[in-house]
Design a protein around this ligand. Structure first.
Ligand code: ADP
Length: 264
């Protein structure tokens, strides 16, 4: 690699508070970080941005209810009649001294916590049972996990014994000025129309809990802004990017259209 090659620009991220400084401090001190907040509020973008800023490779794993420790650590695979050990993303992140980002960690199977515990205390060690290897994480390695406290069932709460191993940042939806700036930067929509979408988002978020499981995400507002900036009529964009994705129920959808009509 050409040593003079410019590092790629970090993906756009507009800070809401001091989260960048907290991330940097956690990284500097070798502490794992938990990002708590609703879906689509910028957690993944934030991690991508910080990884690029720190010049570290990022290994992202979208956790799901079938995800096991072996999926993270690695397994023996059959290759041309021979078995060969293949590192999983967490092992690769530790070896590379990069950032491992476990998105929606609470979804993963229970055996995953067993792997995370020695990695999230002062041992910072990854134990690979199958090969007998024990990897000490280099100083630059960082474990970041996210979870959405909003829609976890009682069965799928993060256990205190796991939660108390992380420094945590609570994420909410950005304040209106920040969210408007995000829509403008992401889509090129003018500030006036971006601001109107953000106002609509604010009204819809007040409805959540009553009929909606969760308020409209920044991601959906970005989708709507993208369609409008691309020339779609505002009501069509709102219908396809906000009303239809948020609910399957006709009466809730109608309530959302009524809110939109009051803003536009
Ligand atoms: P999460 O990981 O919380 O589900 P994402 O990080 O995928 O959400 O965010 C969804 C989208 O919202 C991003 O693709 C980006 O367009 C936008 N976004 C949200 N917050 C910000 C922010 N503070 N700065 C830049 N973009 C943001």
């Amino acid at each position: 690699m050409n040593a003079l090659a410019p590092t790629p620009a970090a993906p756009f991220y507009r800070p809401v508070a001091d989260e960048c400084a907290v991330f940097e401090a956690a990284h500097r001190h070798g502490l794992p970080l938990l990002l708590k907040g609703p879906t689509g509020c910028g957690k993944t973008r934030f991690v991508e941005h910080m990884a690029a800023r720190l010049g570290l490779p990022l290994f992202t794993v979208a956790c799901h209810d079938d995800l096991s420790a072996a999926d993270l650590i690695g397994r023996y695979l059959l290759k041309g009649g021979e078995t060969e050990w293949v590192d999983g993303p967490l092992t690769r992140a530790v070896r590379a001294g990069g950032i491992a980002y476990l998105d929606e960690v609470v979804e993963a199977r229970k055996d995953v916590t067993v792997v995370l515990h020695p990695l999230t205390d002062d041992r910072r060690r990854l134990v690979i049972d199958r090969t007998g290897e024990e990897l000490d994480a280099p100083a630059s390695f960082m474990l970041v996990a996210s979870y959405n406290p909003g829609y976890q069932s009682i069965l799928k709460k993060l256990k205190p014994s796991t939660r108390q191993r992380f420094v945590s940042i609570g994420f909410g939806f950005p304040d209106p000025a920040t969210e408007t700036a995000v829509l403008v930067a992401e889509t090129g929509l003018d500030p006036a129309r971006a601001g109107a979408l953000v106002r609509l988002g604010g009204h819809i978020r007040k409805l959540s809990g009553m009929d909606l499981e969760e308020g409209v995400s920044t991601r959906l507002l970005v989708y709507a802004a993208t369609l409008i900036a691309g020339g779609m009529r505002v009501d069509r964009a709102i219908e396809t990017a906000i009303v239809a994705p948020l609910s399957d129920e006709a009466d809730v959808q109608q309530a959302l259209r009524d809110v939109a009509a009051s803003v536009y």
